[in-house]
Design a protein around this ligand. Structure first.
Ligand SMILES: C[S@@+](CC[C@H](N)C(=O)[O-])C[C@H]1O[C@@H](n2cnc3c(N)ncnc32)[C@H](O)[C@@H]1O
Length: 267
């Protein structure tokens, strides 16, 4: 069963916008501090979506790094290309890439490979991270970011209180520190786990509900045990809104902390 009355690329952009508006810290800044891309670098971003990280690397190197953004969503690649055309970056190539299939690049190509909130959904972690390792230059780096189990606790607590139902397991966060870290450290020479915390303070309930809608529909395959069809989905959102309002009236604000892990590995 699918909720197909909201489209994924719109939801991704809604969430990015909400992080930028209400977050205290900027994840892009953290990304740049960790990776520090230099002019002349060759960079691959896996699961690039609408190109957020690719544009960030391009800006940081004044357009002098060669950047490839790969994603299996043609819709998101089109969004990325449209933005590229507006900005006129010549150094970025957005192309189809399915991280469950062999990567179409020669061995030892990239100074670093990054993947933000994407690659942890890989079906066979050993295969996907071996591909990432193969295309990374010796001494090059892999940087994979994703949610840690403590991520967005308030969001899950409100949904649990509103629905009385258990939150379905979120493979992204439950796998991150365990299977994913272990797989990467088994393949790369050196691996470390970094953490980034970003409290989002909502000054009213409405933007929080926008965030809830944009999250539940993005991860729609994970949430289907909570509702059946559009009417039940809307009823559930109504219940979530009531509980969020109750929390807001009690605390005068809603604070949801994103807790992001970054696995940094060196070949
Ligand atoms: C949450 S989005 C993150 C996008 C982008 N990195 C960002 O931070 O804005 C997850 C991305 O992973 C992509 N994705 C999911 N499965 C994929 C696969 N098998 N191969 C390539 N990309 C995939 C989705 O299309 C989506 O663009």
């Amino acid at each position: 069963m699918e909720i197909n009355y909201q489209e994924t690329s719109k939801d991704l952009l809604v969430r990015i916008d909400i992080h930028e508006k209400y977050g205290a810290r900027n994840i892009d800044k953290w990304n740049i501090e960790v990776l520090d891309p230099k002019p002349g670098y060759k960079i691959l971003d896996v699961g690039c979506g609408a190109g957020k990280q690719c544009f960030l690397y391009s800006d940081h190197t004044n357009g002098r790094a060669t950047i490839t953004g790969g994603d299996f969503s043609e819709e998101l690649l089109d969004k990325a290309r449209a933005k590229q055309a507006e900005r006129s970056d010549k150094n970025i190539n957005f192309q189809f890439l399915d991280f469950n299939k062999p990567f179409a690049f020669a061995d030892n190509t990239f100074d670093f490979v990054s993947s933000a909130f994407a690659i942890y959904y890989a079906a066979d972690l050993q295969f996907t991270f071996s591909e990432a390792h193969r295309v990374t230059k010796p001494g090059g780096r892999l940087f994979v970011t994703g949610p840690l189990p403590e991520n967005k606790k308030m969001f899950y607590d409100i949904i649990t209180e509103a629905t009385g139902k258990a939150i379905p397991p979120m493979p992204g966060s439950s796998r991150f520190k365990g299977d994913i870290f272990n797989t990467i450290s088994g393949i790369f020479a050196k691996t470390e786990l970094l953490t980034f915390e970003n409290p989002l303070t909502f000054p009213e309930v409405a933007p929080f509900i926008d965030y809830v809608r944009a999250s539940l529909s993005e991860d729609r395959k994970l949430w289907t045990s909570m509702f059946n069809g559009k009417d039940e989905y809307e009823q559930m959102i109504g219940k979530i809104e009531k509980v969020a309002q109750k929390w807001f009236d009690r605390d005068d604000k809603l604070v949801m902390t994103k807790v992001v892990g970054g696995i940094l590995a060196t070949k």
